[in-house]
Design a protein around this ligand. Structure first.
Ligand code: URA
Length: 240
């Protein structure tokens, strides 16, 4: 890996801003291979050198992966003149990392949204060819039946011409309103809403609850995020 400025390496973890790194280094709390380094502009190879900050060994990652529990009201975009984006939910030091959402959730959709700066893995996870399931919980108006499940499994042809690939529909509860889980391997514009509307069950509420084998972390309050663990990133890689 090529050498990079020490403050850039440390700030890329999202834990400290460059200004904080400079201050910690001034106090002798930034060490590289056992030596206190006071000049944060010095360059090192993070794959080779052991960097410690305030006694903690840095776990350097080339890419950052976050799981966000998206609330309604935020756009899945990096910038948009029309309103708040999911990046507005991140602290300043993480916004510098050029993160982007892995796929889009509608403004009113909640739940699991991954953010990363790893363009290749993100692209592969979204490709229908890679067969990565995305699971959505939906509450709908109208009564869905086993016949709707069979129609989803066969692949719906929507009135607007969209031919959907075979998808999963699991009924959780049915009545005046229904609760279902929808599993898709593609992600066309408003796809879950369009598919359910085509079966006479317009969506009242939508939440993404799983991507591949990564479930939404229920310990994450709506609107907050956490870093993916090394194991979770490895699992995502193994899917593609
Ligand atoms: N399908 C939709 O209709 N909306 C979303 O936000 C995601 C999938």
């Amino acid at each position: 890996m090529e050498k990079q400025r020490l403050d850039k390496i440390i700030a890329s973890t999202g834990r400290w801003s460059r200004r904080e790194v400079k201050e910690l280094a001034r106090r002798g709390l930034v060490m590289v291979d056992g030596l206190a380094i006071r000049g944060v502009e010095e360059k090192f190879d993070p794959a080779v050198s052991e960097i410690t900050v305030n006694g903690e060994t840095l776990c350097y990652r080339r890419y950052t992966w976050l799981m966000l529990n998206k609330p309604a009201g935020y756009l899945s975009a990096t910038e948009d003149g029309r309103g708040k984006t999911v990046l507005d939910l991140l602290p300043q030091e993480l916004r510098r990392l050029e993160l982007f959402p892995v796929g889009r959730l509608d403004k009113d959709t909640e739940g699991l949204l991954l953010l990363t700066n790893d363009g290749v893995l993100a692209h592969n996870l979204l490709s229908p060819k890679r067969h990565v399931d995305k699971v959505y919980y939906a509450r709908t108006a109208g009564r869905l039946t086993e016949e709707d499940c069979r129609a989803f499994a066969q692949g719906l042809l929507l009135n607007d011409g969209l031919a959907c690939r075979p998808a999963g529909l699991e009924l959780l509860s049915v009545g005046e309103e229904s609760e279902v889980l929808v599993t898709l391997r593609e992600g066309k514009f408003h796809q879950v809403k369009r598919m359910l509307a085509a079966r006479g069950a317009p969506v009242l509420y939508l939440e993404r609850v799983q991507m591949g084998n990564l479930p939404l972390d229920r310990a994450l309050p709506r609107g907050s995020f956490r870093f993916l663990t090394e194991e979770e990133i490895a699992e995502l890689r193994s899917l593609v």
